[in-house]
Design a protein around this ligand. Structure first.
Ligand code: NAX
Ligand code: K
Length: 528
């Protein structure tokens, strides 16, 4: 399996499995050990494969360059060992390579030592970087190279980067050269994507076998640039046995989730969606969510809004049916929702007592999957134990501010521990949590977490969340399982947003522009 993950979007090089695990440092070490001890693949072979996989990527970058001199900057662990393999292969190809080593040579052990000894035997140019006086020379040297390879620290990062290692990284970052990181940019913690003091700002990262959490979450993902995930020959059986609870949402996954359309069907075959949204001043939320549900394939759509908004909706949304909320309240809401396949509640609803009453009734009595967003979540924060009354699968879609209100944690705390916060909330309340933000995270009550890589800062715009709610609702109405519908919607939403950003720029794109891209995004995925 081999993928290239561009900054924010995933391009498949080869078709792989539907599920891609994301590992922590310790889990990656376990996987390496499993391959070596249980499956008897010598570690030196894995290191050779790792090095060669980076060589392939470096060669692609070298094609366009006149100056082909490469600087490989290595630590004394196995990440450095990969660097020694890379150095040997380029020397064999007749390319000028300098290997810089930071740290005590006597600490080079095992497979890394074997590769280091080979470099010495073939008299490869090796420069030791010991202290500040070596740094000046190093800085001058760097200017003569075309590409820098960062093989200082990988999944073995243990502490804050300081001293000579820090000085080396500063000079690499200031060099203005293209930098390719081996496995993970040095200084980024593979466990959470946080920077331990300082980190290499790479243009590209080649990571091995499976991505680490630090390759995917911010700020690590920013430091890594474009990400390639390369197979290094660990048996599939070993990979599958890892059973990590953190996964990357891939295009393959989404493709298998999207419902197929068959010839002998009618609109009833694609479900009935019911959206409760909008209030005076926020009719747009109802329109955006409703239009999106239809664009995502809903067979029949009814949107309930306050009476005063009906003319606006009738004007803007000719394909859907509208209902006045006041009438629903008067005659009893339950009669209206009993025939639906999904109910979405909250976008632009405001915080009136009337809305609170509706929310409570819907949460307590819904017999079909429920999506709660925006003001629905704000109201829920006043009485969160309402979730205990749920009888159906429920998806909540908070942004960090809404999550802060739901949990009582600060926004900073929510952002610092996105995976754990989403997972804990889902486990505690038995709901599917989609936590928005750069790298949307989806958690289920079983403790599994799914991370979405699509999307861009242009999507931080009014109404973008209403579109996401419409997407989840649209897929749910067609009978897609709640977790799958949420994952596919997050991926499609981000991909449509990425297309809108390419067409219009991150500044100018608006929520409606994301809707405009939905047909192309779905068609392209279905076609593959
Ligand atoms: N068999 C394996 O285990 C394989 C490992 N591979 C590579 O090996 C890497 C992991 O190797 P290691 O576990 O040896 O770890 P690393 O090479 O990532 O780092 C460990 C070394 O760095 C030092 N160190 C840790 N934090 C530091 C800091 N903040 N400042 C300065 N020095 C620091 C440690 O004392 C140790 O000497 C992976 O990222 C990958 O690149 C690949 O070769 C594939 C096979
Ligand atoms: K590295």
């Amino acid at each position: 399996m081999s993928y290239t993950v561009d900054f924010g979007k995933i391009i498949h090089i080869a078709k792989g499995g539907d599920i891609m695990q994301i590992l922590k440092n310790e889990e990656m070490r376990k996987l390496d050990e499993l391959a070596i001890h249980t499956y008897k693949i010598p570690g030196i072979i894995l290191m050779e494969n790792a090095g060669i996989s980076v060589v392939e990527e470096i060669e692609k970058c070298l094609i366009a360059k006149e100056n082909k001199k490469i600087a490989i900057i290595c630590g004394v662990g196995n990440n450095g060992g990969d660097g020694f393999v890379i150095a040997r292969h380029f020397l064999n190809k007749g390319i000028e390579v300098t290997t810089y080593i930071v740290g005590d040579f006597s600490n080079i052990k095992g497979d890394a030592k074997i590769n280091f000894d080979i470099l010495e035997k073939i008299k490869a140019p090796i420069v030791k970087l010991m202290d500040s006086k070596d740094i000046e020379e190093f800085e001058k040297d760097l200017s003569q190279h075309s590409i820098l390879i960062d093989a200082l620290l990988g999944t073995g990062l243990q502490r804050t980067v300081e001293g000579i290692m820090k000085e080396v990284i500063i000079k690499m970052n200031l060099s203005g050269k293209e930098i390719i990181a081996v496995d993970i940019p040095s200084g980024v913690n593979g466990n959470d994507g946080k920077v331990q003091g300082i980190a290499v700002k790479a243009t590209k990262t080649v990571t091995f076998q499976l991505p680490k959490i630090g390759n995917i979450l911010f700020p690590g993902s920013y430091y890594g640039g474009e990400l390639s995930i390369k197979n290094i020959g660990i048996p599939k059986k070993a990979v599958d046995s890892m059973q990590s609870k953190v996964h990357l949402i891939t295009e393959n996954m989404v493709q298998s989730i999207l419902p197929k359309r068959y010839a002998d069907t009618h609109k009833g075959s694609y479900g009935r969606a019911f959206i409760i949204a909008g209030s005076i001043g926020m009719s747009g939320a109802a329109i955006l969510a409703s239009k999106t549900a239809l664009k995502c394939g809903t067979g029949l759509l009814r949107t309930a809004v306050p009476n005063s908004l009906i003319p606006i909706l009738e004007n803007q949304l000719i394909e859907g049916i509208t209902l006045p909320l006041e009438e629903m309240l008067e005659k009893g809401i339950l009669d209206y929702i009993k025939e639906e396949n999904v109910i979405a509640i909250g976008p632009g609803c405001g915080r009136s007592q009337q809305f609170e009453e509706i929310l409570h009734t819907v949460v307590r009595n819904a017999t079909v999957p429920l999506v709660i967003d925006a003001d629905g979540l704000n109201m829920l924060a006043n009485n969160i134990s309402l979730l205990k009354d749920l009888k159906v699968p429920c998806i909540i879609t908070p942004h960090p501010g809404e999550m802060s209100r739901l949990t009582g944690l600060s926004i900073q705390e929510v952002n610092d521990h996105r995976l754990d916060i989403a997972r804990n909330f889902s486990e505690k309340w038995g709901v599917i949590t989609l936590l928005k933000g750069a790298r949307t995270v989806i958690a289920n009550p079983q403790g599994e977490v799914f991370i979405n890589r699509t999307g861009n800062p242009g999507m931080a715009t009014a109404g973008s969340g209403d579109v996401l709610t419409g997407m989840i609702t649209g897929l749910l109405s067609q009978g897609v399982e709640p977790l799958k519908a949420t994952m596919a919607a997050a991926y499609l939403h981000g991909t449509a947003g990425d297309r809108a950003a390419i067409r219009l720029g991150e500044y100018s794109m608006m929520a409606g522009d994301i809707i405009y891209e939905i047909p192309t995004v779905i068609q392209e995925i279905m076609k593959k």
